[in-house]
Design a protein around this ligand. Sequence first.
Ligand SMILES: *Cc1c(COP(=O)(O)O)cnc(C)c1O
Length: 393
Amino acid sequence: MVNSKIKAGEENLLHVYNRFPVALDYGDGMYVYDTEGRRYLDFAAGFAVTGLGYGNKELNDALKGQIDKIYHISNLYYHENCGEAAKELNRISGMDRVFFTNSGSEANEGALKAARRYAYTKNTGRYEFIAMENSFHGRSFGSVSVTGHNSYREPFEPVLPGVKFAEFNNLDSVKALVNDKTCAIILEPLQGEGGINLATQEFMEGIREICDENEILMICDEVQCGMGRTGTMFTWQGFGVKPDILTMAKAIGNGIPVGAFAMTEAVAAYSLRPGDHGATYGGNPLACTAVKKVIEIFERDQILEHVNQVSPYLERRLDELTEKIGCIVRRKGKGLMQGLEFNIPVSEVNKRTIQEGLLVIQAEGNVIRFLPPLILEEKHIDEMVEKLTKALS
Ligand SMILES: *Cc1c(COP(=O)(O)O)cnc(C)c1O
């Protein structure tokens, strides 16, 4: 079944991805199609990116219109799309100041620098970061240094010094690492790559308290769990525990490469200054058109309400599968960021779902992740359950 074109083309690429033998061609709504005309139901959304699905005409028209006007100017000059996208992003995320990046790794890289710069201005002598085991924050040197998987860091050591890892959802293990050198604590309120692990209310509140008591900044990485996926615009809002710095990417541009780190005014007042940070492409007119338009469509089409309406049905159907199928151990997650934990290797499961025409994603700990476009309907959930059941039979 392997497409011969894939082999010829792939030999030119650095081999760092274990790709499935599928060459995709185009997408429409909840479905993507390969070059041989096969249709796949998408419960991956390109890693939680295409929240609005594929082929949204309004978004595509806005992007095309911007391409014809101008799509790059550099940050030596202002473009209103940049300020407007920042204003909208701040409004929905609860932050005050935003810096646009081109990816999630870059957003975390900037967040770490912003935290160090804050400590430098305040002359606190704090530089250490506390991160979580099983976390994922990206592949650049800073972001990989706070990623809680040895295999991601080890080949590149020495990585950033001054990073300690605590056990996720174990407040005592965080407290044990806090000292007068601690600069920031970084965590995903809902871990993605690490296996769909949701922070507890107590953990989020406890981290906030530790930060407040010690002049430590709380950084939430919502690159994957943000932008409506868990039923609030950002997952921190569901906890009512506000970070000092928030990182975003993936779904904020629906696939146009754009990320951001944002902070409260109280942090910004002591953080990065002109000359401290930059990005040539960051906040370009095209990326900011994407952010603006995505937020506009989200609110007008009441995507959040839709997520909250449809996700209990997804949970119920996944719970039914867990009851019925012996190799499924349990369901984890929130909203439209769900995982099923298996007691068999999930790489095999994933191969079989693709053969059935269903896209899902593997995560750590024998977990299959379900990250569908947020526009999905109950009928798509039924179709997914049917395909998954077949794949497992
Ligand atoms: C994907 C991801 C990143 C990295 O984003 P890139 O755009 O791939 O650099 C960082 N943090 C989390 C939580 C992610 O899921």
